[in-house]
Design a protein around this ligand. Structure first.
Ligand code: NAD
Length: 467
């Protein structure tokens, strides 16, 4: 089914796992002439896929010096820039698209190379919080061409899962209210339900017929992307129920103040979480912009005082070979391995279980999300694994929404129509399930090695954090 027709030009920056995976979906569901599509990348990966679809392929990295003249020559009013790269500044691209009247979508707010680990920047300024604040400063009043930022799976799709999960918990706990119409309505609903914590809880069980080798980083999506964000400080949306800031926790002295950061890299910090298939597990608290935007979106204020906000963060157990890769990376003091391998055709089985865990309400905790197997992903779309398809279908859905809403300026996933996005994504997500659990992060604690835990409230971050 074609969701929409688009007669403008489409420039895609980056053609790695997400770029290659989204192309068959774009050509299947958007009525677009392939001769109007150009790909700009910094390496040869995916050249064969571009040839398969007869797309123009330019292997010449964009730089801070040349991105403006090069893109201005290729794009004009009503065209579309799809940014699926690493190492190209999203803020710079959004600014240029606004000037040119070009539609825009990305899946992550990326800085120019080195921005995540620039030693001249304070930890506070190396966070996704700071990148988001810089992006948001570009917002202006009045109509402007739409730039949908951070719309992959997470960030992206999970913001829509949160809304559906809130409605499901409301229905199951006898809270009968109309579907909220705006930000204030969603925040009031989350507060009324008593949601204290939202985890983006992900367990990737995909395995390959080739084990990870020494000196090799293996993952099911961008290795550069994962290492970059894994080396940024831990970040989490900071809830109003939290009793004490962690000893290594810091607040920012600018911006909306919805999040804190810890003075350590995300890939060195684990947290307790839960998904239906895996049950309880430890995931990495990698920084992601949804942790900041969801907490900000669901904040309730009276005057200047925050009266409600959930704690929100990622809890990510990547595939087992990626866990081994992180362990090796940390042991080399975060100097990246000389080789990397993005797992694709060698994957022999497993699922990506990706959803949101809403906890602290009347029924304990509730997980809602996608349990997509690699086999189903391959049967649904070429050039994808389970991880990439959850991202690429969200990119497709976001592009359709942008084309349908071309004059909305800079928008985040939390601010757009969740039902339209879920409708487009649903056929590609495998089983989409909701499951309640009475698990809490206090389960099984304190017997072998008693820890300093707070038994009066299981959903304190102090209990969730693995020390
Ligand atoms: P990848 O590493 O497989 O590919 C990155 C691409 O960027 C490559 O084609 C590379 O050549 C290109 N690139 C690098 N520098 C460039 C430059 N200067 N100019 C032009 N192209 C350049 O990454 P991926 O897995 O495809 O991920 C792409 C982006 O999507 C990353 O920002 C990643 O963080 C993000 N992502 C988001 C989600 C989500 O759910 N929101 C999930 C996966 C990936």
């Amino acid at each position: 089914m074609k969701h929409i027709a688009f007669d403008g030009r489409l420039v895609v920056i980056g053609f790695g796992s997400i770029g290659q995976g989204v192309m068959p979906l774009i050509l299947r569901h958007i009525d677009i002439d392939p001769t109007r599509i150009t790909i700009i990348t910094a390496d040869e990966r995916g050249h064969d896929v571009a040839n398969e679809y007869e797309l123009r392929f330019i292997n010449q990295a964009l730089t801070q010096e040349d991105y403006r003249p090069r893109l201005s020559a290729m794009l004009g009013k009503g065209d579309f820039l799809l940014n699926l790269s690493v190492d190209v500044s999203s803020v710079a691209l959004v600014g240029l698209c606004r000037e040119l009247g070009v539609l825009y979508l990305d899946t992550c707010i990326e800085p120019w190379p080195g921005g995540y680990t620039d030693p001249s920047l304070s930890p506070s300024h190396r966070t996704n919080y700071a990148l988001r604040e810089t992006m948001m400063r570009q917002r202006c009043d009045g109509p402007a061409s739409t730039a949908l930022i951070t719309h992959g799976a997470n960030p992206g799709l999970v913001s829509h899962f949160v809304k559906q999960a809130l409605l499901n918990v409301a229905a199951d706990t006898g809270v009968t209210e109309a579907i909220p119409a705006d930000r204030a309505g969603w925040a009031a609903l989350a507060q009324r339900l008593g949601v204290k914590v939202i985890h983006v809880a992900e367990r990737d069980t995909q395995v390959a017929d080739r084990p990870k080798e020494r000196g090799e980083f293996v993952n099911t999506w961008s290795i550069d992307g994962f290492v970059g964000e894994g080396c940024q400080p831990v970040e989490l949306g900071w809830g109003s129920h939290e009793k004490a800031l962690p000893a290594d926790g810091r607040r920012h002295d600018f911006g909306c103040d919805s999040a804190i950061y810890l003075m350590r890299p995300g890939a060195s910090q684990q947290v307790r979480t839960w998904t239906p298939t895996e049950g309880p597990f430890h995931g990495f608290l990698i920084t992601h912009s949804e942790a900041i935007s969801i907490s900000d979106y669901l904040t309730v204020r009276e005057g200047d005082t925050v009266t409600y906000r959930p704690t929100c963060h990622y809890a990510y157990h990547p595939c087992d070979d990626a866990v081994k890769s992180v362990h090796e990376l940390a042991g080399k003091e975060w100097v990246q391995q000389p080789r990397q391998r993005l797992m694709m055709s060698e994957i022999t089985g497993g699922i990506d279980e990706l959803g949101v865990l809403l906890a602290g309400h009347a029924k304990g905790a509730y997980w809602y999300g996608s349990q997509l197997s690699v086999g189903e992903a391959r049967s649904l779309a070429p050039h994808n694994n389970a991880t990439s398809l959850q991202v690429t279908v969200a990119v497709l859905a976001g592009m359709v929404w942008v084309m349908e809403n071309p004059q909305r300026g800079i928008v985040e996933p939390d601010e757009i129509d969740f039902r339209r996005i879920l409708e487009i994504c649903r056929p590609y997500l495998g089983p989409v399930v909701g499951a309640y659990t009475d698990w809490t992060p206090l389960d099984g604690r304190g017997t072998l090695f008693p820890e300093d835990i707070d038994t009066s409230d299981p959903w304190q971050f102090r209990n969730i954090r693995v020390l």
